[in-house]
Design a protein around this ligand. Structure first.
Ligand code: PMP
Length: 283
């Protein structure tokens, strides 16, 4: 029987229920994380857990466990569910209270949930690359918080899906911010370009690992926003996320990128990222 954490209880997935007055359900008042598991090992667990606590703190949600306890709980779940390759989804909300916008009374406990899914690596996308579309970024101005409120991303992603594309590249006016659920990078003349870390993007953990790869490989990184026009003129484009890893972008709307095939720099970065995975699981 597959288990999950509901607060501090390890329950059968079928047994777990959430109140209709949970603030995550009514307001999207909470945050989440997705951690990839490779061969039973949590990849960049510390970075994900740190971001979970930082986001909770930004929203004044109190997580009732230490980071160490959280780490142990996640491992216990992965072992209990015999996850080899897959991921953990975890979220915490401001808890259960009668519906009013302002925060519940002090002492109202947050609702924590974590569950696992078996999922292989996206090998076809990694190999062949993906098609994308441009969409206006209509999200709120705290995209640095991994909030449960995902409507801006959901609507953009649905448009992409209906058009047979994998991702929507979001832009505010002419300026690209990030993907609906990924960070976006361009490479021109051997230099990597990506949006700087601020309130308009989520500082992806995969982005951080990728930038470390660039540093190790001596690839210069320029953190400036790209315009749509600049992005289309890049030699190569790719996106990163926990589940997508380093995925080449081969088309945006009607325009092919790098003649519609993954570029050489992207391939090198994929290899470097792969080495990070190997290093983690062989520890
Ligand atoms: N930006 C957004 C909006 C996302 O939803 C995600 C994926 N959660 C990312 C970037 C990539 O973050 P990570 O590499 O930590 O998965």
């Amino acid at each position: 029987m597959t288990k999950l954490w509901l607060n501090n209880q390890l329950l059968d997935q079928q047994q777990a229920t959430i109140s209709i007055e949970d603030r995550g359900f009514q307001f999207g008042d909470g945050i989440y994380e997705v951690i990839k598991v490779y061969e039973g090992v949590l990849f960049t667990a510390k970075e994900h857990i740190d971001r979970f606590y930082r986001c909770a703190d930004d929203l004044r949600i109190v997580i009732p466990y230490t980071k160490d306890v959280m780490h142990k709980m996640l491992y216990e779940l992965v072992e209990e569910n015999l996850i080899d390759t897959g991921h953990i989804y975890m979220q915490i909300t401001r808890g259960v209270a009668p519906r009013t916008h302002f925060f519940p009374n002090e002492g109202t406990e947050a609702t924590f949930v974590a569950y696992t899914q078996t999922a292989g690596r996206p090998l076809v996308n990694l190999q062949e690359g993906v098609k994308t579309i441009f969409r206006e970024d209509i999200r709120w101005l705290r995209c640095d918080i991994k909030s449960l409120n995902l409507l801006g991303a959901v609507l953009a992603k649905q448009d992409a899906h209906e058009l047979g594309c994998y991702e929507a590249i979001l832009h505010r006016g002419e300026t690209i911010t990030e993907g609906a659920s990924s960070n976006v990078f361009g490479i021109k003349d051997g230099v990597l370009y990506t949006h700087p870390v601020n309130n308009l993007i989520l500082n992806g953990i995969t982005r951080i690992v990728l930038m470390a790869c660039c540093e190790e490989m001596g690839i210069p990184v320029v953190e400036v926003p790209m315009t749509k026009e600049q992005a289309l003129a890049m030699d190569e484009l790719f996106l990163t996320s926990t589940t997508s890893e380093v995925t080449p972008i081969i088309q945006v709307d009607e325009q092919l990128i790098a003649e519609g095939t993954p570029g050489a720099w992207t391939r090198k970065l994929q290899q470097a990222f792969e080495q990070k995975i190997t290093a983690t699981i062989s520890v």
